[in-house]
Design a binder for this molecule. Structure first.
Ligand code: NAP
Length: 308
C-alpha cells in the first residue's frame, strides 16, 4: 500500500477511464474516500452494483462537496459541461484535473469555467482499451504506461505535485509538455492511426468485389488488427477529431503525401525503395518493444490492450 494522498477524490464520468482510476485509487489506498458521479442514471446504477467507489453520488454537487481532487473523466466534447456542473460546488483550493485525449481544447474550455479559488491541472493517461463503460475498467490499466501532464495558466506547483503523485501511485510514468505539443504528438501516435483504422474498415465494408464473409474469414491477414482499433468508442473518437482538428489535419496531410509516394513506388516496381521503407518501419516496432510499450509475442487473438 502506498501513501494516502487525499481525504476525498471525486470522479465525474464512470466509463473505462474513470472507473479504472477509482479501482486503482482504492487498490493503492491513494485516497480515504472515492466518490463517483456519472450523468447517466444507468451507469450510476451499474457502478453502484460493481462497487468500485465508496459511494456513487446522485449529483455533481454531492460528488464534489469537500473533495480535495476532482477528476473529469467524460468525453472531450462534454468537458465544458462537466466543469460547469462542478464549478459552483468546488471546495476552497480544490484541484481539478481531467483525462481528455485532447489537451488544448480542454484547457480553453475548462479553465475559464472554474472559480478563482480552484486550480486546474490538465493531463492525459496514455493508456486505454477499445472497450468503454464502468464494466471495462480495471485497476492496473495505468501501470507501466505514460501519463502526460500539460500544465496551463490555472495550474499551481502544489496542484501539479499532487496530480503527479496520484499518477505515480497508479503506476504511471510522467512526462510534462505543453497542451499544443501533446496534441500534435498524439495526433501522430494515436488519433491518425485510429482514423486510418476507421477508414480501412469502412473501405472493406463497402468494397463490391470482396464479400463480407470473405473479409471476416481472412481477417487474420492484417485487417483484424485494424478492426480492434476501429471498434473504439464512437462518441469519444468523434470528439477527439473535432477537438484536435488542426493537428489531425496536419498529420493527415503528411500521411497522404507519404501514401502517394508508396503508391508510386509500387506502380514503378521500385522494390528496393519499398524494402528500405519497410525495414525502417520494422526498426520502429523494435524500439517500441525495447521501450516496454508492447511485447514481442505473436498476437494470435490474445487480449492486447492499446494506448490512446
Ligand atoms: P466512456 O467509457 O464512454 O465514459 C464516459 C462517461 O462519462 C459515460 O458514462 C458518460 O455518460 C459520462 N458523461 C458524459 N457527459 C457527462 C457529464 N457532463 N457529466 C457526467 N458524466 C458524463 O469514456 P472513457 O473511455 O472512459 O473516456 C473518458 C475520457 O478519457 C475521454 O475524454 C477520453 O478522451 C479520455 N481517454 C480515453 C481513453 C480510452 O482508451 N478510452 C484513453 C485515455 C483517455 P453517457 O454515456 O450517458 O454520456
Amino acid at each position: 500500500m502506498t501513501e494516502t494522498l487525499f481525504d476525498k477524490v471525486a470522479i465525474v464520468g464512470l466509463g473505462l477511464i474513470g472507473s479504472s482510476m477509482a479501482r486503482g485509487i482504492k487498490k493503492h489506498g491513494l485516497s480515504t474516500t472515492v466518490i463517483g458521479f456519472d450523468g447517466s442514471p444507468d451507469v450510476r446504477a451499474r457502478s453502484r452494483e460493481l462497487g468500485f467507489c465508496d459511494a456513487i453520488a446522485e449529483s455533481a454537487e454531492e460528488a464534489v462537496a469537500n473533495a480535495r481532487l476532482v477528476v473529469l473523466a467524460v468525453p472531450v466534447g462534454a468537458m465544458e459541461a462537466a466543469a460547469q456542473s462542478v464549478a459552483p460546488h468546488l471546495a476552497e483550493g480544490a484541484i481539478v484535473t481531467d483525462v481528455g485525449s485532447v489537451k488544448a481544447a480542454v484547457v480553453r474550455q475548462v479553465g475559464p469555467v472554474l472559480p478563482d479559488h480552484a486550480v486546474f491541472v490538465p493531463g492525459h493517461p496514455v493508456a486505454g482499451t477499445e472497450y468503454s463503460g464502468p464494466e471495462a475498467g480495471f485497476a492496473e490499466l495505468f501501470e507501466g504506461r505514460w501519463y502526460v501532464l500539460t500544465p496551463c495558466e490555472r495550474s499551481t506547483a502544489a496542484g501539479i505535485e499532487a496530480v503527479e503523485a496520484l499518477w505515480r501511485g497508479l503506476g504511471s510514468t510522467i512526462e510534462q509538455m505543453t497542451p499544443e505539443h501533446h496534441d500534435i504528438v498524439l495526433a501522430m501516435t494515436s488519433h491518425v492511426p485510429h482514423l486510418i483504422a476507421y477508414n480501412i474498415v469502412g473501405t472493406a465494408a463497402e468494397l463490391e468485389t470482396v464479400t463480407q464473409s470473405e473479409v471476416i474469414k481472412f481477417s487474420a491477414g492484417g485487417f483484424r488488427d485494424f478492426t480492434r482499433i476501429a471498434s473504439s468508442d464512437p462518441v469519444m473518437w468523434r470528439d477527439v477529431f473535432l477537438s484536435n482538428k488542426d493537428a489531425v489535419l496536419e498529420v493527415l496531410g503528411r500521411f497522404s503525401e507519404d501514401l502517394a509516394a508508396l503508391q508510386r513506388l509500387i506502380r514503378w516496381d521500385d522494390g528496393q525503395a519499398l524494402q528500405d521503407r519497410f525495414t525502417r518501419s520494422r526498426a520502429i516496432r523494435h524500439s517500441i518493444i525495447d521501450a516496454g510499450q508492447d511485447t514481442a509475442d505473436a498476437d494470435f487473438g490474445r487480449p492486447h490492450g492499446h494506448d490512446d
